[in-house]
Design a protein around this ligand. Structure first.
Ligand SMILES: Cc1cc2nc3c(=O)[nH]c(=O)nc-3n(C[C@H](O)[C@H](O)[C@H](O)COP(=O)(O)OP(=O)(O)OC[C@H]3O[C@@H](n4cnc5c(N)ncnc54)[C@H](O)[C@@H]3O)c2cc1C
Length: 442
């Protein structure tokens, strides 16, 4: 049976691969010239690099299993992470429990209390009991205002920007749970995974396997409209220079953000549309610098200072050695903003001018002359905003239109969105399509 897949990010590629393995005739349509979506890469110094910083955790089971299945296990590198917090002109290591104990901005009692609460969240807490309270309220009550301001809020700001105080405690729980599962055997150092030559290797291999299994991939091919007749999907229409082209499919899986789905499928039943509108997203703005000298010694630097115009400085070359990039030091400066915010659309040079004084705060000897190249990337739907009782707002994978499915990051919960969960979602979408086609009720 024929299936049309909309979107060539990790979810779309995985769903297409899984369906092709099951014998479906798959056609995938990606609007951009390149595949990969939020995990897409760009050329740099004779290699490739993600447009947005990417690593995986040792607990990312589905992703690791897929990498193995595709014969790419030897490309994986597992390296210790270097996480830090910038607070009042100083950089503090923040990887091990010992780092927390040494964290001077908090009094000793608060450090111990934060440690105990973190342990509780990692080992015992159930997210269902935490989803109807904000992280702000819960942490204030159980740890205190100062730890919230200094440690927890920067983490939330790092993902949700100005929405930090509205975020459900279930999201914060998932963050702690996930990270402890990525620690080495001694429960001390966290190991993070990266693929030799970037995750482009995974994207390429998925595309290659889809082709070998008889599937077709159309890049630079935006879907303009999902075709629906009565209450049944009949195909999709793509844009071309000669006008719209109709492609007939009895099954369609859309892996685009919900607001894009609403645009391309205007005939969805109203109740389902209302459900889709309940989830909002933040966009990500990532300024990438190639520098002659390092910015800091930390890979992942959370900024605990609301005066900064960016929320994280992620120095790729404190994770993957600079030699891989011809000795250059690569830094992502990231911020999360609504795609409707005028600052979201600022050009790279203007952003750099605004960021420069703050780079000097992180490293007083930082000099503009160190910067050799500059790139700016934006992702409109980088992060669904996980507010209280989010589980009640998640749209189901099967839409009320027969044969039409939706699989996107708004359905990943309580875990934080990430490639692992997009792989899982793509696999689940394929499984659901097969079960429905076999006549099973879900
Ligand atoms: C700043 C940032 C950092 C991240 N860091 C990590 C990390 O360290 N580790 C990790 O595991 N994950 C990370 N992620 C998350 C990870 O990249 C995503 O969860 C995952 O890639 C989402 O895949 P997806 O296929 O669901 O969505 P997307 O990647 O958004 O794919 C959707 C695709 O649909 C296409 N599309 C949109 N409209 C149309 C249309 N009309 N027609 C056809 N195609 C269309 C888009 O171009 C896109 O390719 C990060 C994400 C961001 C933004």
């Amino acid at each position: 049976m024929k299936v049309g897949v909309i979107g060539g990010g990790i979810t779309g590629l995985t769903a297409a691969y899984e369906l092709a393995k099951r014998g479906y005739a798959v056609s995938l349509f990606e609007s951009e010239p390149d595949l990969g979506g939020q995990a897409a890469t760009f050329p740099i110094e004779g290699t490739r690099l993600e447009k947005f910083y990417h690593h995986i955790f040792t607990s990312d089971r589905e992703m690791i299993a897929l990498i193995e299945e595709l014969g790419l296990a030897e490309e994986m590198r597992w390296l210790p992470s270097k996480v830090g917090i910038y607070y009042e002109k100083e950089i503090y290591d923040f990887v091990t429990p010992l780092d927390l104990l040494r964290f001077r901005p908090l009094g000793l009692f608060q450090r111990l209390r934060t440690g105990l609460v973190t342990l509780y969240l990692q080992r015992f807490a159930n997210w269902r009991n935490l989803e109807n309270v904000t992280a702000l309220e819960w942490v204030r009550q159980n740890v205190g205002q100062q730890p919230y301001e200094v440690i927890f809020r920067p983490l939330l700001r790092g993902k949700f920007g100005q929405h930090a105080d509205e975020i459900s405690m279930a999201w914060l729980w998932s963050k702690f749970k996930h990270r402890v599962a990525s620690r080495g055997p001694a429960m001390q150092r966290e190991l993070l995974g990266y693929m030799e030559g970037s995750f482009q290797g995974l994207i390429d291999r998925l595309a290659e396997r889809i082709g070998e299994l008889g599937g077709e991939i159309y890049q630079g091919s935006p879907v303009k409209r999902v075709l629906i007749e009565g209450n049944r999907v009949t195909g999709l229409e793509t844009e071309s220079t000669e006008g719209g082209i109709e492609h007939r499919f009895p099954l369609v899986i859309a892996t685009v953000p919900s607001f894009v789905f609403l645009e391309i499928a205007p005939e969805l039943p109203e109740a389902y549309e209302a459900r889709l509108r309940q989830v909002e997203y933040l966009g990500a703005v990532c300024l990438v610098l190639s520098s002659k000298e390092p910015l800091s010694r930390i890979y992942w630097l959370n900024i605990s200072d609301t005066g900064f115009p960016f929320v994280g400085a992620i120095e790729q070359t404190n994770f993957i050695p600079p030699e891989v990039y011809n000795g250059k030091h690569i830094v992502y400066l990231s911020n999360y903003l609504s795609r409707h915010d005028p600052n979201y659309h600022l050009p790279p040079e203007e952003l750099l001018t605004a960021y420069l004084p703050f780079l000097k705060k992180i490293n007083p000897s930082f000099d503009e002359g160190w910067i050799e190249e500059l790139w700016l990337f934006r992702a409109d739907a980088a992060q669904p905003i996980i507010t209280c009782d989010y589980s009640e707002r998640i749209p189901p994978l099967w839409t009320p239109v027969e044969g039409l499915y939706l699989a996107n990051t708004s359905q990943i919960y309580p875990q934080d969105r990430g490639m692992n969960y997009s792989v899982r979602l793509g696999q689940r979408a394929a499984e659901i399509v097969e079960r429905v086609e076999k006549g099973e009720t879900l």
